[in-house]
Design a protein around this ligand. Structure first.
Ligand code: CTP
Length: 397
């Protein structure tokens, strides 16, 4: 994520979900974003402004006449220092005020003068949310260019069930990051594979590898943030499906191959970051093999399809192929050989010991034209952006 230095202003209004915004602020600060908090008076009944002051390391503003230095007209100066404004939770009252141009506190006065990107998260009782008044006010905000992050369905603070809950902090964070990202992959369709495959011996035993799927998921997320339409085909992992990405779950190499080929016609780029098993048992037993009944000395194996080779058989001319090489020795030589043998445009080379099951990795990017970029150890989210930068360079030339 390349968001360091971006400035987010968060408007917190009076709903019980206020407490979740503490985590949101922490996530932004951890990602090196600057955060300013504006609170409505009712929000201060749920959370003490001191909490947000400590988390954001900035003065919290509530009243229109507050200021952080004498030269500033705070609600106007802040508009020049905000890249994204988020209102979460947004009560019916604040939504109405924003829609109709009220300026009776710092937050609403700020919004009236602010012209940038805004995300509003309506959060309230489901009957209030579906009321004609609130719906009309939301439509009005949409007309003003505000993005509405719809509330989620579930148990509400009042004890009733319905649509009105604040979306998860992870989702608000992801929406914010997406909104702040440069859309240099707009109109591109990208297929990413991730995770391991499992080749079953019987229903409870399989051949696999320790791939966590983190690299592929990071690539899918980053491509989506940068504007691409993304399909993720993933083997079994413990990761949540990335927001806004069409995620297809498979188990075996054969299933992954089938799904990749089904979708390959409709994409511009394929990123094969999955650790596909190269061998599968010749026979998969339908019932669990009981150790008393059958003595196993050896399992006969056969090759799985090589997915990149299968893609090459049907590929259209401009398909851009990115592969990975996981090696234990001769990293660059082996990777270069794979790049040529599998007719890829780019290969990301990494050492097995530095790659699997970790949040960070140290990779080398090698391109078809011979260019080599050695990257230092970094987290997989940053590696994803480096790989996509190289892709953008090649496909926009
Ligand atoms: N790959 C594939 N189909 C397979 C195995 C691998 O498409 N059955 C892809 C991987 O997703 C990766 C690239 O091929 O992008 C290289 O994978 P790797 O396992 O390192 O290389 P192999 O070609 O399988 O060679 P080897 O196992 O001998 O190192």
């Amino acid at each position: 994520m390349r968001l360091a230095g971006n400035r987010v202003t968060i408007g917190v209004t009076g709903g019980i979900a206020c407490y979740k915004i503490c985590d949101l602020v922490r996530n932004f600060v951890k990602s090196n974003l600057e955060v300013r908090i504006l609170m409505s008076k009712s929000a201060t009944k749920f959370i003490n402004p001191e909490t947000f002051r400590v988390l954001s390391r900035k003065e919290v503003l509530i009243d229109t006449f507050q200021y952080t230095s004498a030269e500033r007209v705070e609600h106007i100066s802040l508009t020049e220092e905000t890249d994204l404004f988020i209102v979460a939770p947004a009560t019916a009252n604040t939504i109405a005020k924003m829609a109709w141009g009220f300026a009776d506190n710092m937050m609403t006065a700020f919004f009236l003068a602010y012209k940038g990107k805004t995300i509003v998260c309506p959060t309230m009782n489901h009957k209030m949310f579906t009321s004609k008044q609130v719906q009309e006010n939301i439509s009005r905000l949409k007309e003003l260019g505000v993005e509405i992050l719809e509330p989620e369905e579930g148990e509400l603070a009042c004890g009733e069930e319905g649509r009105g809950r604040l979306p998860s902090v992870e989702l608000i964070f992801e929406k914010a990051v997406e909104s702040l990202s440069i859309k240099d992959l707009k109109n591109k369709r990208i297929l990413v594979t991730a995770g391991p495959t499992r080749e079953h011996i019987d229903p409870v035993r399989f051949i696999s590898n320790p791939s966590s799927g983190k690299m592929g998921y990071a690539l899918a997320k980053a491509a989506k943030r940068r504007g691409a339409e993304v399909i993720l085909i993933t083997g079994p992992t413990y990761l949540d499906p990335p927001y806004g990405v069409k995620t297809i779950k498979i188990i075996s190499a054969e299933q992954m191959c089938e799904k990749v080929l089904e979708n390959i016609e409709n994409v511009d780029v394929v990123i094969m970051s999955a650790a596909v098993a190269d061998y599968k048992p010749k026979i998969t037993h339908r019932k669990k093999i009981k150790k008393e009944e059958s003595k196993i000395d050896a399992i006969e194996l056969e090759r799985t399809p090589d997915i990149i080779n299968e893609i090459n058989k049907v590929k259209k001319q401009n398909l851009y192929i990115i592969g990975f090489a996981a090696e234990t020795e001769n990293l660059i030589k082996n990777a270069q050989e794979k790049l040529n043998r599998k007719n890829m445009n780019m290969i990301v080379a990494n050492l097995v010991a530095e790659a699997f099951q970790r949040d960070t990795n140290r990779v080398t990017i090698i391109k078809r034209n011979g260019e080599i970029r050695y990257l230092p150890e970094m987290n997989k989210e940053d590696i994803a952006d480096e790989i996509l930068d190289e892709l953008v360079l090649d496909i926009t030339q």
